[in-house]
Design a binder for this molecule. Structure first.
Ligand code: HEM
Length: 137
């Protein structure tokens, strides 16, 4: 009897690499989404909130690096598209710039780049979810 046409041909490890990447992207996105709130809270609560923002920023860069590795593994062997590691690398680079802009209090860079990082991180999650759903072969 022949195999049904809809049968999936991705292996368990490939699926695992995809989901590890998705998990990393969600964790990264959750940290990034907190940033505008803690930045805003610093207007009311001052230094403690800004310290929280700064600590989260360092965590974001660390998770952003893990996300790059996970995205590369989701590409090969995971067989997702090259869009995901490209966007993950772009985000990681932007986050390093944001860290420097933050500690340098460069407001003209901080606000637009921060918004871009938030948007890019959410787009990465959407792309990951869509590709995992549609690329079963
Ligand atoms: C929409 C998102 C974001 C907004 C609106 C925002 C805004 C701000 C603002 C207003 C400050 C205060 C600057 C000052 O008073 O000197 C700040 C500081 C900072 N931001 Fe953000 N930020 C955002 C996202 C991020 C992200 C994603 C990162 C890192 C990946 C980051 C890293 C930093 C750092 C390191 C500082 C300095 C903290 C300190 O002085 O201890 N920010 N940000």
């Amino acid at each position: 009897m022949s195999t049904p046409a809809t049968a999936t041909s991705i292996t368990r490890p490939q699926r695992a690499f995809r989901h590890v990447f998705l998990g990393t992207a969600i964790a990264h996105g959750a940290l990034v989404v907190m940033q505008p709130f803690t930045a805003g809270m610093s207007l009311d609560f001052g230094r403690p909130a800004l310290d929280w923002h700064g600590t989260t920023a360092n965590l974001i860069v660390a998770v952003g690096f893990v996300q790059v590795i996970a995205a590369i593994l989701a590409l090969r062997p995971g067989r997702l598209s090259a869009r995901t590691p490209i966007l993950a690398i772009a985000l990681f680079t932007a986050e390093i710039c944001q860290l420097a802009a933050g500690y340098g209090a460069e407001f003209s860079i901080l606000l637009p780049l921060g918004v871009g990082i938030v948007a890019g991180s959410l787009v990465l999650i959407v792309i990951a979810v869509r590709e995992i759903r549609t690329r079963e072969r």
